[in-house]
Design a protein around this ligand. Structure first.
Ligand code: FEO
Length: 394
């Protein structure tokens, strides 16, 4: 049966859906799956843009063969070397021993580490370099650290298509179509923020640079390496990436806490009540022992307010909260209104660590509540929630 793969004249989608994998990069949950997108341009020369995870190579080659109808692939453009896209390059070069591989200097440094490639088949392009393939001339534009140093994007001017690598991607497999206007985008919007927060959230300034750099290119269609091919909804996607990469937020509060026996959780409940009573109605609460950190990070990228709580543990902070703090620190998240709380039985290490964390992040720290041996600090917690909410609403 023929499945429509056409994006534009002689340009085709040949990616695959992964609905099996539990964890992306072996640590990020994939409740809706993920797609590895690959694209074929059939001109006088045939060009493949990126491959897929090697586990899906068989399906990938069958899809490409259906489009190619016996033609060989002349060029592989490697926009990104991470193995979820580059994984099938070894098998591809076995199928097409004379295929030319297009990349930049960094691409080839990485490529040679992963695969035995014939150096004579490497076509190195610089930033802004071009490749004529017949009726079309592709251009290549480096976008370092979106998400690895070698990342580049490929532009096809006649159809105004940008092959954008991980930029503008999202988790979520494609349900029946790769076209944004044929999909229910509801699950993609929230999973896109989680994808952004976890994959490129550390590289906001580099994402901003890429957005500025590409702003001069007229775009009709954007083809990322994950998620839908964007056309009618691209302006919404761009606005979201622009907002997150500037660390801009909405008015709302994330309360994330660890609690071994429920005492620290009671503090969190009183904080939330205080925030609501101040008129703040966008509040998300996460028990770090239950919520996967990727969802907490995603909400932290959305909201301006963050209150974190933890018990003291081994004269330090509760380990799952320590891990969350590390993830926030490594992403360099900016400009949050912060508060903290914690419980202890004989030595208060948790709140000390949380106060130091706020200093390191250069955030405004509205207050801290420390609870000794589960004695009620309900009023102090309620007041902390109120104080943070009032700052947010000011
Ligand atoms: Fe989807 Fe950075 O690879």
């Amino acid at each position: 049966m023929y499945l429509d793969k056409k994006i534009a004249d002689s340009i085709y989608y040949v990616g695959v859906n992964d609905r099996q994998k539990e964890l992306f990069e072996n640590y990020l949950p994939l409740p809706y799956g993920v797609s590895y997108n690959s694209y074929l341009i059939v001109d006088e020369k045939v060009v493949l843009i990126d491959t897929v995870d090697v586990a899906f190579a068989d399906l990938f080659f069958r899809q490409a063969d259906a489009v190619l109808q016996g033609r060989a692939i002349d060029y592989l453009v490697v926009d990104h070397m991470e193995p979820d896209h580059a994984g099938a390059i070894g098998l591809l070069t076995q199928r097409y021993p004379n295929i030319k591989i297009v990349g930049n200097k960094n691409t080839f440094d990485f490529l040679k580490g992963y695969f035995a490639v014939n150096p004579e088949n490497l076509v190195e392009v610089a930033d802004g370099g071009t490749l004529n393939i017949g009726q079309r001339t592709l251009s290549f534009h480096t976008a370092p650290m979106v998400h690895w140093p070698e990342v580049m994007v490929t532009y096809e001017p006649s159809e105004q298509i940008l092959f954008s690598a991980d930029a503008f991607g999202t988790f979520g497999a494609l349900n029946g179509s790769f076209r944004d206007n044929e999909l229910d985008l509801t699950p993609f919007w929230s999973d896109m923020r989680r994808y952004y927060a976890c994959i490129v959230g550390k590289y906001g300034p580099q994402v901003q640079k890429a957005i500025q750099k590409l702003s001069g290119l007229p775009l009709r269609t954007v083809c990322p390496t994950h998620g839908p091919v964007w056309s009618s909804h691209f302006s919404e996607v761009l606005a979201r990436y622009d907002q997150w990469s500037k660390y801009e937020t909405e008015t709302g509060l994330v309360i994330a806490y660890g609690s071994m026996y429920g005492n620290t959780q009671l503090m969190a409940e009183a904080i939330a009540r205080g925030a609501v009573d101040s008129g703040l109605h966008h509040i998300v609460m996460h028990n770090v022992s239950k919520s996967d950190a990727s969802y907490i990070l995603s909400d932290i990228f959305q909201y301006k307010g963050l209150i974190i709580g933890a018990p003291t543990y081994m004269n330090g902070i509760y380990p799952l909260v320590a891990s969350l703090l590390h993830k926030i620190e490594e992403r360099g998240i900016k400009n949050r209104i912060f508060g903290c709380f914690g419980g202890h039985t004989w030595a208060d290490a948790a709140v000390k660590r949380l106060n130091t964390f706020a200093e390191t992040m250069k955030w405004e720290n509205v207050g801290a509540v420390a609870n000794l041996r589960g004695f009620s600090t309900e009023t102090e917690c309620y007041n902390l929630g109120k104080a943070v909410a009032e700052k947010l609403l000011a």
